[in-house]
Design a protein. Structure first.
Length: 164
């Protein structure tokens, strides 16, 4: 397996939508509750500043993706936000790490100065450890900021990293 992260292409959309919807359906990480259709997925990914996919170049298979976009407008428009999705059958293969590293570079290339994650679920310890290892700092904790799929409210932990 040789994983490379690159910009998404039209032919990646079906797999990107499938992976994104896996995470939405799990109900433990993304705030979205509605799955993407082919039409809404095409529009959603097209409106992002950048979308990257992690592809096994030997097989041509997409294993994960990320979206990058402004976190706010105007005087806070230099802060970007991102979301990551890795296919359930390929978690633990360090694909998320490759996506985050590429996202940091793309954030810089697109003129952003800070990458901020608004709502990292406290129980998502693998993501939190990865972010901390890659230089992100936790801003605090928002008690009961995320409604899990089962209705339980979990804390969220915003993170940021200055893009240098």
């Amino acid at each position: 397996m040789e994983i490379k992260v690159r910009a998404y292409r039209e032919q990646d959309l079906q797999e990107m939508i499938r992976i994104w919807n896996e995470v939405v359906t799990e109900g433990i990480a993304f705030p979205q509750e509605d799955c993407l259709t082919e039409e809404t997925g095409r529009a959603f990914f097209a409106e992002q500043t950048y979308c990257g996919v992690a592809e096994d170049v030997t097989e041509g298979r997409v294993y994960g993706l990320y979206i990058l976009h402004p976190n706010n407008i105007g005087r806070c428009g230099h802060i970007c936000n991102a979301s990551y999705a890795v296919s359930a059958d390929s978690r633990g293969l360090h694909i998320g790490e490759k996506l985050v590293i590429d996202c940091i570079e793309q954030g810089k290339e697109h003129g952003f100065g800070i990458l901020q994650f608004n709502a990292v679920v406290a129980t998502n310890v693998h993501a939190r450890h990865l972010y901390e290892r890659l230089g992100f700092r936790q801003l605090g904790t928002i008690p009961k900021g995320f409604r899990m799929k089962d209705g339980y409210f979990e804390d969220i932990c915003p993170y940021y990293r200055i893009l240098e």
